[in-house]
Design a protein around this ligand. Structure first.
Ligand code: AMP
Ligand code: MG
Length: 214
């Protein structure tokens, strides 16, 4: 599948099929710029549960909701702190996950019981088109069973996940292979919860002081 965002008719057909699966509560693996993600409708608790089952991941480990655009963020959160706006503007679309206070729309089954929600806007065109077509935020941890390496190729996803998920969108090898940086913006001073592709230096440049989670 092309990664330029100019999809052929056949690619569009696959994307539409995949979006339909997500809308109906199923699982689809797809490329993001970090690793291949295992996607499900983030607003559908039952669909989120399928992710935990397919991965063998404990269900108190919260999922990141992926959005296609800035409009996708608003309904998921009860408040958008100033630093959240700054970091989103600086690093979205890209490997930057932000923690916001969640809205009632987001089920606790997606957030591992937390009253906050992790949101990211990926830059991979396949990922964004899929999320756009699905019309829902897409929860998407790495598409591997727990304990296995995060997949950077569709073949790896197939080897690990075949039979557990409805579809794999093949976007070729993905670039970074490093996870998104996670920053909690619910506090006055942002807190880096997980290091990743966006470095501390880049964060400082965008928002000044940033704490590191002890
Ligand atoms: P990943 O394994 O890349 O899908 O990232 C999931 C990780 O994001 C979780 O294991 C948490 O460390 C982090 N995360 C997701 N949601 C939250 C949240 N609401 N609060 C804090 N950390 C979160
Ligand atoms: Mg992982």
């Amino acid at each position: 599948m092309s990664d330029e965002g100019n999809f052929t008719a056949k690619e569009k057909k696959y994307l539409e099929e995949a979006a339909e699966i997500l809308k109906n509560g199923g699982l689809v693996a797809f490329p993001t710029e970090t690793v291949y993600g295992l996607g499900a409708n983030a607003l559908d608790e039952k669909a989120a549960r399928k992710i935990y089952e397919a991965k063998g991941r404990p269900s108190d480990n919260p999922l990141i909701a992926h959005v296609a655009d800035f409009e996708g963020l608003r309904p998921l959160v009860s408040r958008i702190p100033e630093n959240g706006i700054k970091l989103a503007k600086a690093f979205w679309p890209g490997p930057m996950t932000l923690i916001f206070p969640k809205s009632d729309l987001v089920p606790l089954g997606t957030t591992g019981g937390l009253d906050t929600v992790a949101v990211r806007m990926p830059s991979d065109p396949v990922a964004r088109e899929l999320i756009r077509l699905a019309g829902v935020p897409v929860a998407a941890p790495s598409a591997n069973t727990s304990g296995r390496p995060s997949p950077t190729r569709a073949e790896h996803v197939f080897q690990d996940m075949n039979g557990r998920i409805e579809m794999i969108l093949d976007g070729g090898p993905v670039g970074i292979g490093v996870e998104s940086t996670i920053v909690d913006v619910t506090e006055e001073i942002p807190v880096m919860l997980r290091p990743g592709a966006v470095t501390m230096e880049m964060l400082h440049e965008a928002v000044g002081e940033v704490r590191i989670d002890p």
